[in-house]
Design a binder for this molecule. Structure first.
Ligand SMILES: [Zn+2]
Length: 398
């Protein structure tokens, strides 16, 4: 930790660049205590590590454990200096007595109070959620920044994201969804945006990198949209690969979704071309796109004939039923105000409307214009895919 109190109540913050001699003389004269547990801490002034305070052995403080990594201390120091250099009032390791929480950095900006947490080590999701909720309930805007070590790009536009990484997803006021990460060694911010998952773990995503010096707080909070167009062919290719891996997975035989397909006389490799389409908010589901779109087809569209009505109510109650049975799940992203899976569903319905499958009747009702066909052979599937690609090209060139 980088902030402690003296017995006389003075706060010593190592974020101010004290000279070593000054700190040595502090150490001679003062006894330091932890602001959280009030136990004694030692000021460490070694050559190997950043100057810091450490609990004396046997301490029971759970807020600061001495296992705090160098990279974490380095990162929060850099971010703290970065804010101060922009004349933003910031306090390092501010301990809020009322909520018993201590963000890495607390700062005020445009009349709002922020709690910045720079996270290097994995944190149980429960604790992450509880801290975030407490911040939100007490007038803080949480700003979680992930250590960049957590990011794994499989290709330049494909990133592997664990459920933990999605906890860091935030939104700009303009609605851009992004995950901010920071690397103190290279002094670089990375933004992951336009995230469109094709499986629970892997997603197409945009990736922008900024040097610390080029970046200001405004841009960190409002990064603007850098939406990259996704080509249908690369999407299809990844989706096919995903289906293949999935079917070869040893757990496939016990997979409920694959079982249901089988019982419906359907096959993972012969799904209608309209199932598994990318939509901007599909990350709201923690279930892969193929699965929720297949369920929508089976539960609502498959038994209907052209001219029949499809209501949002009907769709929503089918989705709720699937969620209750744990066949669909909603992604937990505590920094977003609301995660409503009807958002991606509506985007999908709109796409089906553009493709001529549905037409909008009124605000909550669609009419089926054309049945979605299940291909009977690979040839039929390829034809359907080709046909769909042509349609999408025409739509997106309009
Ligand atoms: Zn303590």
């Amino acid at each position: 930790m980088l902030t402690a109190r003296t017995k006389t109540g003075k706060t010593i913050c190592l974020g101010y660049d004290y000279k070593k001699e000054t700190l040595l003389s502090f150490r001679e004269k003062e006894e330091f205590i932890c602001p959280v547990c009030s136990e004694g801490v030692t000021l460490k002034l070694g050559e190997q590590r950043i100057f810091h305070f450490a609990h004396k052995r046997g301490g029971t403080c759970n807020e600061f454990h001495d296992g705090e990594t160098e990279i974490h201390m380095e990162g929060k120091l850099q971010l703290y200096h970065w804010l101060r250099n922009q004349n933003i009032p910031a306090i390092l390791e501010y301990y809020d007595q009322e909520i018993h929480q201590r963000p890495d950095i607390m700062f005020n900006y445009h009349g709002k109070k922020y709690a910045l947490e720079y996270q290097c080590s994995p944190l149980p999701e429960q604790i992450f959620n509880k801290r975030t909720r407490t911040y939100l309930q007490n007038g803080y805007t949480p700003l979680w920044i992930l250590s960049n070590d957590h990011l794994h790009f499989k290709k330049s536009n494909i990133v592997s994201l664990a459920n933990f990484d999605y906890l860091f997803l935030r939104t700009s006021a303009a609605g851009t969804l992004y995950i901010p990460t920071y690397c103190p060694e290279k002094r670089l911010f990375h933004f992951i945006n336009s995230i469109i998952p094709f499986s629970v773990k892997n997603a197409f995503a945009g990736h922008t990198v900024y040097r610390l010096e080029q970046m200001d707080l405004q841009r960190l909070l409002e990064p603007g949209s850098t939406f990259k167009k996704l080509t249908f062919t690369s999407w299809e290719a990844e989706l096919d690969q995903f289906k293949l891996n999935w079917s070869l997975n040893p757990g496939a035989h016990s997979n409920r979704f694959l079982h249901e397909l089988y019982n419906q006389n359907m096959n993972l490799f012969l799904l209608p071309a309209e199932i598994g389409l990318p939509v901007p908010h599909s990350l709201f589901f923690q279930t892969s796109t193929i699965v929720w779109q297949t369920y929508l087809f089976l539960d609502v569209l498959a038994d209907k004939n052209p001219g029949d009505m499809v209501t949002l109510n009907e769709i929503s109650s089918q989705i709720k039923r699937r969620i209750k049975r744990k066949e669909l799940s909603i992604r937990r992203m505590p920094q977003l105000e609301k995660v409503n899976v009807m958002v991606p569903v509506n985007e999908y319905l709109y796409l089906l409307e553009l493709l001529g499958i549905l037409s909008k009747w009124d605000e909550t009702t669609f009419q089926l214009r054309q049945k979605i066909k299940i291909p009977m052979s690979n040839r039929e599937k390829e034809e359907a895919q080709f046909f769909l690609q042509q349609k999408i090209k025409t739509i997106s060139s309009k």
